[in-house]
Design a binder for this molecule. Sequence first.
Ligand SMILES: CC(C)(COP(=O)(O)OP(=O)(O)OC[C@H]1O[C@@H](n2cnc3c(N)ncnc32)[C@H](O)[C@@H]1OP(=O)(O)O)[C@@H](O)C(=O)NCCC(=O)NCCS
Length: 204
Amino acid sequence: MTLANATPSDPKIGNNVELKQTRLGQYVHLGDDAVFEEVEVGDYSYTAGHNQIHYATIGKFVSIATYVRINPGNHPTYQRIAQHHFTYRSSAYGLGEDDNDFFNWRREHAVTVGHDVWIGHNAVIMPGVTVGNGAVIGSSAVVTKDVEPFSIVAGVAAKKIGMRFEDSLIERIERSQWWNWSHETLQERMPEFRDLDSFVEKYL
Ligand SMILES: CC(C)(COP(=O)(O)OP(=O)(O)OC[C@H]1O[C@@H](n2cnc3c(N)ncnc32)[C@H](O)[C@@H]1OP(=O)(O)O)[C@@H](O)C(=O)NCCC(=O)NCCS
């Protein structure tokens, strides 16, 4: 594909972005200076830049601020004498083949982020965590446990500081699954997307 025949739904990828075995949905925008490794990014989701995201499934309409890191690798703290990566990235040091079992552990502890999640600047989401739909992760949070849908978490380690909506509304939003509506429907219903009450009245 050349820029000349790119369509608006094609992913927009910034400068110095490394994509390793990564799948990008429609209207995905990736900011500069980032690494994505074995990541699936859902439609309309964006990253603002300076991100490192490994072994993760990111839903649709997810907003990821600058310097967010998802699934940083743990070194073998308890399992091996040496924590340094020469015991698994061995080939880089002329010390034999890389240790695939170690990388498989990381793969098995993938992170899942739901739809319409907002992840604040500099947050870190640890291996194996699931973040529910509609959740908010505060700036600089370190998320070590699963995050309830539509909750707001912050701090190190992140704790729930509130909910976006009351339970009955959350249930109705989840049932609507608006994040699966077509592009044309989104466009048509933009006035209601800009006004909570009329959205609730018309579509929930
Ligand atoms: C998490 C966030 C959305 C909370 O907003 P809010 O619901 O309006 O919460 P409040 O500002 O009323 O704060 C509630 C409490 O949480 C604390 N808090 C808020 N954000 C926090 C954060 N990121 N880390 C730690 N504590 C935080 C407040 O100090 C307050 O504590 P208190 O009850 O002891 O006084 C917001 O603070 C935040 O972090 N936004 C992310 C901004 C960002 O990174 N943008 C990137 C560009 S898109």
